[in-house]
Design a protein around this ligand. Sequence first.
Ligand SMILES: NC(=O)c1ccc[n+]([C@@H]2O[C@H](COP(=O)([O-])OP(=O)(O)OC[C@H]3O[C@@H](n4cnc5c(N)ncnc54)[C@H](O)[C@@H]3O)[C@@H](O)[C@H]2O)c1
Length: 329
Amino acid sequence: MISNKKKIAITGVAGFIGSNLASRLLAEGYEVLGIDNLAYGLRENVPDGVRFHLKDIRNKEIYPLFQGVDTVFHFAAKNCIADCQADPVETAEINVSGTVNVFEASRRAGVRKVVYAESSALYEGSSIYPTPESDVKPESFYAVSKLASMYFAEAYQRFFGSKPSPHSSPLTPHGLSFTALRYFCVYGPVQDYRRTIPPVMSAFIIKLLKGERPTIYGTGEKKRDFVYVDDVNDFHLICIRDDRTTGKTFNIGSGINYSVLEILDKISRILGVNPDPMHKDDLPGEAQVTLADITQAKSLGWEPKTTLETGLERAIDYIRQEMAVGRIP
Ligand SMILES: NC(=O)c1ccc[n+]([C@@H]2O[C@H](COP(=O)([O-])OP(=O)(O)OC[C@H]3O[C@@H](n4cnc5c(N)ncnc54)[C@H](O)[C@@H]3O)[C@@H](O)[C@H]2O)c1
């Protein structure tokens, strides 16, 4: 526990990663302020103890909320690739303009650091595996929106960072920095299963628990690097506490990947079922393989600790509970 309570703000606090981080920060003794417009997230995901504000990140109303905040975790986004492909304009409004508004709110309030979510989607066109942070080749609208965020984050640090530059106004609070996190497939409790195309693990678990046929888009050979949400939170704490993360970008994955068919097999074994999947056309804009080079994150002492089997068991327990209380129809 820390004695001097730092105030941490989380955008997208009612979503998967935001709500999990809020619980962890409260447990670690931080004061937590959360913002979400509930476009995708749920109010009941927000843990007790979070000061919750029902706001849209695109609105200037969020500016006063950032007073006294040490670190902002910016997760709010339109983040289902299929939804982003269907509406590039709203994708840019939320993921680009919304992100700039969060940086603007942060620099006006004198926030020390914005830790924000990029994505492994930035490597959609890469064929280097494991993929290092340098091989940025976005293709989908979602990925491009995250790349635009990156340039704005860099510019905010350049002009409002700890070293005042000739371009920065003397009236502006300085010291704003960023850390960019390129998550691969984060999974675990509270994962959003209501999206147009739900994340593959949640989709399989729900279908199999209901005794229905799971859907595989494409052949099932597509491989994904999965990382458990508690391990991701370990790195979030490093972002608050370790200045070596300042101005840097980190891949956050496990460094191991599994095909969709392997995931279905592992879930089926845990549940003791024999699935008969349906196959549909592959989804546009999705990479065939993701695999993180996590050398940089590991150099700060971080290591993903949760095995896929343990993580899957916890994700299954969560979905079972949600079904038992009728939250999954
Ligand atoms: N989960 C993953 O595997 C993964 C992988 C790569 C990148 N990311 C990125 O990490 C971040 C968090 O992902 P997640 O899985 O927790 O997503 P999520 O959809 O569960 O949560 C996002 C939250 O943002 C909120 N939101 C959306 N638009 C908003 C707006 N205009 N104003 C305020 N709130 C808004 C939603 O209501 C939702 O609660 C996102 O930026 C996402 O792109 C996630």
